[in-house]
Design a protein around this ligand. Structure first.
Ligand SMILES: [Zn+2]
Length: 373
């Protein structure tokens, strides 16, 4: 979803990254907190204000990261992989690779983030008192961090998708009615209400309170939440319609093949351009050793195309991103979109049994849906 990110590192295999838009909120917070402290504590020297501001803002983002780690660790414990945690302009987001398959998983993953924020709030507030005896700035920072974590926890528990509270709400409806769709509908509806409500608050804050920047900010967040709620609703609808559809239903068993010793230029002209496919499996039908694609050829200087074989530049079967015949259609769509794949091999163990072409996939899905209807 987000490009232009800076990778900070990995924690337990989860990529920790910062999206470029995060810089805006980082600077905004530095400026507003710095100005606020300067006004509230005129006796503090400039370096003290600066150090307190930077330290507090960094700890705030560490708190957001901890909140997302909360979701992620519970997800991983429940067998749902987490790829990355992204800090961006509206906070943090854990990129959990798939939806929960049970109401219980959904509930515990969703509640874990706010639980971490509540714990941090309590910790910082408890430290604020003894910190006062050591230094005033330290105590002020601890109180601010305690309050802001409390706000993060409470705000996230508002029961509307895509907020954590929306997921908790969805899990509860799902659990008590046994109907995942009903849970999703309720949570999306909740999300819409939250967004409209926030929009009204933003408007009121701008018009009645004269708080232009703050009001605008709230309205932008409302718009973002509304979009996320609608998109999650649409995704869920699509996944529901795709239910039951597997890789084997979508795969083409007629594999485009090229012999392993074929020079690259011959492959490009006699295979790729001839049949209009940007990728071919290398080897024989029952002994496929890899996949060669247009981008492999483009990495090789053109003057070497005649002396290089497709086997030299292909991706070996072992390294191919692939799915099994049993993989679900929604997972396949997600994988293709996330990785920007044009073709996806379907493999049973070591054996390539078919392939899915991005351009034909949507048409095939449509046909299946029409047949079902
Ligand atoms: Zn959360």
């Amino acid at each position: 979803m987000f490009r232009s990110v800076l990778v900070l590192g990995y924690i337990r295999g989860i990529r920790i990254e910062i999206h470029i838009s995060w810089l805006i909120i980082f600077v905004l917070l530095l400026v507003s907190l710095g100005a606020g402290l300067n006004q509230a504590y005129p006796d503090w020297s400039v370096p003290v204000v600066l150090i307190t501001t930077v330290g507090t803002v960094l700890l705030f983002f560490a708190s957001i990261l901890a909140h997302e780690m909360g979701h992620s660790i519970v997800a991983i414990r429940r067998g749902i992989p987490v790829k990355a945690i992204t800090l961006f302009i509206f906070g943090g987001m854990a990129q959990i690779s798939k939806d929960s398959e049970s109401a219980n998983d959904e509930f515990w993953i969703a509640i874990a983030g706010p639980a971490v924020s509540f714990a941090l709030a309590a910790g910082f507030l408890l430290l604020a008192l003894p910190a006062a005896a050591i230094s005033e700035p330290l105590s002020v920072a601890m109180s601010w961090l305690g309050l802001i974590n409390l706000i993060v926890a409470v705000f996230n528990l508002i029961p509307g998708f895509p907020l954590d509270g929306g997921r908790v709400f969805r899990a509860l409806v799902w659990k008590f009615t046994g109907d995942a769709t009903l849970g999703m509908r309720a949570a999306v509806m909740g999300g819409r209400l939250v967004a409209y409500g926030l929009f009204a608050v933003g408007l009121w804050s701008m018009l009645a309170m004269g708080n232009l920047l703050g009001g605008l900010w709230i309205m932008i967040i409302a718009w973002f939440l509304l979009n996320m709620a609608e998109a999650s609703g649409r995704d869920f609808g699509l996944r529901k319609r795709l239910h039951g559809l597997r890789a084997r239903d979508l795969a083409d068993q007629d594999l485009p093949l090229v012999p392993r010793a074929t020079p690259v230029d011959e492959w490009v002209h006699d295979h790729m351009l001839a049949d209009g496919l940007r990728a071919h499996f290398v080897g024989k039908r029952d002994d496929i050793i890899g996949l060669v694609t247009l981008s492999d050829a483009r990495k090789l200087p053109r003057e070497r195309w005649s002396q290089t074989t497709v086997a030299d530049i292909m991706t070996p079967t072992d390294d191919l991103v692939h799915v099994g015949s049993d993989s679900r259609a929604d997972e396949i769509l997600q994988l293709i979109n996330e990785r920007g794949l044009n073709q996806l091999p379907v493999m049973d163990g070591e054996r390539v049994v078919g392939w899915i072409d991005r351009r034909r996939l949507l048409g095939t899905i449509e046909l299946h849906l029409e047949l079902k209807a």
